[in-house]
Design a protein around this ligand. Sequence first.
Ligand code: SIN
Ligand code: CO
Length: 381
Amino acid sequence: MLTLNLADFSLEHFLAHYWQQKPVVIRQGFEHFVDLISPDELAGLACEAEVESRLVYKKDGQWQAEVGPFASYQHLGERDWTLIVQAVDHWSPAVAQLVAPFSFIPKWRFDDVMISYATPGGGVGPHIDLYDVFICQGSGRRRWRVGDLGNHRQFAAHAALLHTDPFEAIIDVELLPGDILYIPPGFPHDGVSLEHSMSFSAGFRSKSGRDMLSGLADYVIDKELGNALISDPGRPLHQNQGQIDASDFARIRAQLQDILDDDKLVADFAGSFLSRSKCQLDLQTLDEPLDDSALLANLRQQALIRTGGLRCFYLDQTVAQGICHVAGERFDFGPDCHGAVLALCDHESLDHALLQRWLQQPEFVHALTQWVNDGYWYFEE
Ligand code: SIN
Ligand code: CO
């Protein structure tokens, strides 16, 4: 099990002073850290069509980026290139171990574990991310420079590569295996590999208001909600035909506000929307599906493990009714399953002792069976 080691400050101090505020180097955040996947395995994953990957290198001084899957890496030579693979926690249980040490931030904020392998001189160039990231150095050394927030110009160094102008460093460090660099959104940064090296980046996501509203609009349409029309009985005489006056504007705003004020609607939407995974999951459906009693018999013998990257959440507004959201879908198990929903969403692994109190609830057991048959959870073996 990976344990985060904060020698210089507590997690509370990190959250109060660094999270979303300023970058920091955490020396030996993971003591005795060894690569959670080998460069060869990573290169193999990037040959799979389901896995998102990129190669970044320079050719004749020009930045180049290629999107996977890749058939070979032989044309790349010994230096100045990097391979980046997204959401490796979805494909490798060993890499998924990097998620738990960051559980002091709720899982709905978590995005994925991105891994880069870089040859000497390799890197993706100076850029700005919209995400918080903990870059954990695996094997080899990498030099990282981080600049301050500011009005940094961004430009396409290549169609698939958004760069920023050179910046003055507020952090300029060599990361060694086990060191962690935390970078909040908006801080320009640039990592250059000093030798063959691996970086494991635990990335967090946040949504813009635009993303949330667009998702909410899709949800409202899909569920046929928000049908109330603007109504205006008792309207006073109107003078100017072209005018939408202040009281009409208030009606329009109130109509939209009524949707946003519906806590249940917004909670159901947010749970479903935020529990969707951005990248594909490695769902191994069972060749011989289980029925509910076989599921219960197996659970007495082995624990269930949540498939890497599967997102399941509950909200304070609705959890007392046994409502949870798994991979974009809403499940309503009723108030008797309140505790089952907490266990399901708060634990990566589910065993008989943890779930025992709810194994008499047929709807919950049936959903669990279906999830196992679909590969959302799998037996540990
Ligand atoms: C990398 O690991 O090479 C890139 C990580 C980043 O800067 O976001
Ligand atoms: Co970055």
